[in-house]
Design a protein around this ligand. Structure first.
Ligand code: FES
Length: 141
């Protein structure tokens, strides 16, 4: 089933929204990570918290530069969502925890469709695009 999320212009890079398709009662979080769209089920695999209401952030990574002074760097800003209940962190692009575990939140394919593509999909009839006024985010659940 395809679900229209909304215009691309309403979900700029770094932002997210939660939509509620009939098949996913808890909702699906749709994220724009640097112009790419990703979707995760709004249910944390830890204890069922509303994962997609969590903060979007980055994480830390260790580095050992040439001078051998170990340092910790902030990386991947905007690619991690932190569950609001117990702060487990998930990679928005894969749905996997950023720490070692087998836990993974369900992810869904997201596409960006032109107005003409959207109309063609609705009608099931091939059409010839005339102009592109905007684009729409479409989720497959
Ligand atoms: S319910 Fe999400 S971290 Fe516990």
């Amino acid at each position: 089933m395809r679900y229209v999320v909304g215009p691309v212009a309403e979900l700029p890079p770094g932002s997210s929204t939660i939509v509620y398709p009939d098949k996913v009662k808890s909702g699906v979080g749709v994220f724009n990570v640097d112009g790419e769209f990703f979707a995760l089920k709004n249910t944390c695999p830890h204890m069922g918290g509303p994962l997609c209401r969590g903060r979007i952030r980055g994480t830390t990574a260790g580095a050992l530069p040439a001078d051998c002074q170990p340092e910790v760097r902030w990386v991947r800003q905007g690619e991690i969502v932190s569950c609001p209940w117990h702060h487990w962190e998930f990679d928005i692009k894969t749905g996997r925890t950023i720490f070692e575990s087998r836990q993974k939140v369900r992810s869904y394919p997201v596409s960006v469709e032109t107005a003409e593509e959207l109309e063609r999909l609705k009608s099931g009839v091939e059409t010839v695009p005339v102009s592109v006024e905007g684009a729409t985010i479409v989720l497959e659940v």
